[in-house]
Design a protein around this ligand. Structure first.
Ligand code: HMG
Ligand code: MG
Length: 300
């Protein structure tokens, strides 16, 4: 198993978007920028900073233009933003964003609740985004939600996940992130799903986006690493959840992921000490204890 482990893993930090979107209290732009900058200084090279979604649907992200305006210029960092439709894409482009993420699901019911359309309609919305992205040299990532279970439909057929993933790549997404939105997956199911998707999409073009609702996320990641997984989405201090998925808590905490990977000799380029500090600062700002065992154990 060890021989097949990756030497390096790319971490996509999603806390400023996935982490904060669920917070009820509106967080000041300065606090968000402090978080993003702390993540940058910790060595994270891919940071999803906000979403250009409807402010009626997600009020917390209504300040996306201001957040983008305050980003520190750093050529070594790829900032990205979530865009559900061409309207969101155009706003992101106006704000100087050069990587966006489109998002759909492997569950029809979840898609209706989250973006008010079917899976097929979501692809119709993405087509103009992919076209405009190509014309403007913008990279596009794709998310598939509910890959290991849905809050409305229960079990999800992994073949549907593989099919949706393949379509996103065929449309022009450079990477597809597999979202266990409500953290119901267990290692065998995660490995089975990853293997199946990897038959259709290059494994290094697949990302693991596991929420840690039931404490399975690290185990699920570990089950996928020997199968060729080398991109992991994570959220500092385990912040997060989806407002349209009951029971969705935070993504796996970045501190836990980095600690595990470094312990296994896998490089991430992240300075764990600086990362823990950043997790502390945002948790204090939100009046929360970090949802990360590594963070909580760091100073004990
Ligand atoms: P809709 O109501 O069907 O859209 O929402 P519409 O096209 O009919 O427009 C309705 C209104 O929204 C109009 O304004 C539009 O202008 C406006 P009005 O005329 O009423 O004043 N509007 C917008 N405003 C700003 N930015 C936009 C935009 N688009 C329309 N981009 C829509 C459809 C997709 C917009 C809505 O459902 C939406 O924004 N949903 C986002 C929900 C969301 O952000 N969920 C959380 C992120 S997904 C997630 O967390 C999962 C993930 O982490 C992976 C995983 O864990 O599984 C990615
Ligand atoms: Mg998520």
């Amino acid at each position: 198993m060890n021989n097949m482990m990756p030497h390096t893993v790319k971490i996509v930090e999603v806390s400023p978007r996935d982490g904060l979107q669920n917070e009820k209290q509106i967080i000041p732009v300065e606090t968000k920028l402090e978080l993003i900058n702390g993540l940058r200084l910790a060595g994270l090279k891919n940071i999803e900073v906000t979403g250009f979604v409807s402010p009626k649907w997600v009020p917390q992200l209504a300040d996306s233009a201001e957040v983008c305006a305050g980003l520190v210029n750093d050529d070594s960092v790829q900032y990205s933003a979530l865009t559900p439709n061409i309207k969101g894409f155009e706003k992101a482009l106006d704000c100087g964003i050069n990587e966006v993420a489109v998002f759909t699901a492997a569950s029809e019911s979840f898609n209706q609740k989250n973006i008010n359309c079917s899976i097929a309609e979501s692809f119709d919305r993405f087509a103009p985004i992919l076209e405009a992205a190509k014309a403007n040299d913008v990279r596009v990532r794709g998310y598939v939600s509910c890959v290991l279970g849905c809050p409305y439909e229960g079990q999800i057929d992994p073949h549907v996940v593989a099919d949706v993933s393949q379509k996103l790549i065929a449309m022009g997404c450079y990477e597809v992130s597999l979202g266990d939105t409500i953290g119901v997956g267990t290692p065998k199911a995660a490995a089975h799903l990853f293997s199946l998707c990897a038959e259709h999409v290059q494994p290094d073009h697949l990302a693991l986006h596991f929420h840690d609702t039931r404490g399975q996320a690290l185990a699920n990641i570990l089950a996928c690493l020997p199968l060729g997984a080398s991109v992991i989405d994570a959220s500092v201090a385990g912040l997060g959840g989806c407002p349209y998925a009951k029971g969705a808590t935070g993504n796996v905490s970045t501190e836990n992921v980095v600690y595990m990977l470094h312990g296994m000799g896998i490089e991430t380029g992240v300075d764990l000490d600086q990362l823990v500090k950043t997790g502390r600062i945002i948790s204090t700002a939100l009046d929360k204890t970090p949802n990360s065992q590594v963070n909580n154990a760091w100073y004990s």
